[in-house]
Ligand binder design. Structure first.
Ligand code: 2BA
Length: 109
């Protein structure tokens, strides 16, 4: 068994979770925050048999779009409190960031 953790844009998450639920995957959706942009994203976790991992990943790959987001970064040499000058930087976020982990033990009690 594997545990798939997928971090994705909030706007993609509901559709992906609907599709995966209809296909019989069991999903937990967590509200998460990206460490770099400090904006909300969704982390989906799913315990899945090994032979269905590729099916799950394919749905995420098909449905997750990459997006450009603007974030403010302060200039390193002007980063004292008095001289804090944020400037906008464009970053490309996702599709999705996917981790596939081995599950040592799975119990429902
Ligand atoms: P954030 O940490 O908010 O990162 C958003 C996007 O900003 C990233 O998109 C990447 O394009 C850019 N970025 C991140 N750190 C950067 C840095 N130090 N310098 C320049 N640009 C940087 P993605 O790579 O698609 O990541 C989307 C979200 O997935 C991340 O949101 C984070 O929540 C998660 N993530 C990505 N890689 C991860 C990892 N190795 N471990 C845990 N979470 C990860």
């Amino acid at each position: 068994m594997k545990l798939v953790m997928a971090i994705m844009h909030d706007e993609d998450a509901f559709q992906i979770i609907d599709i995966l639920s209809e296909e019989g995957f069991k999903i937990t959706k967590l509200a998460s925050t990206g460490g770099f942009l400090r904006s909300g994203n969704t982390t989906m976790i799913c315990g899945v048999e090994d032979d269905r991992v590729q099916e799950l990943v394919s749905v995420i790959e098909k449905k997750c779009k990459s997006r450009k987001q603007i974030t403010s970064i302060n200039s390193a040499h002007l980063s004292t409190a008095e001289n804090y000058v944020p400037y906008p930087v464009e970053v490309v976020v996702g599709g999705a960031t996917i981790f596939v982990l081995d599950v040592a033990e799975f119990k429902r009690v």
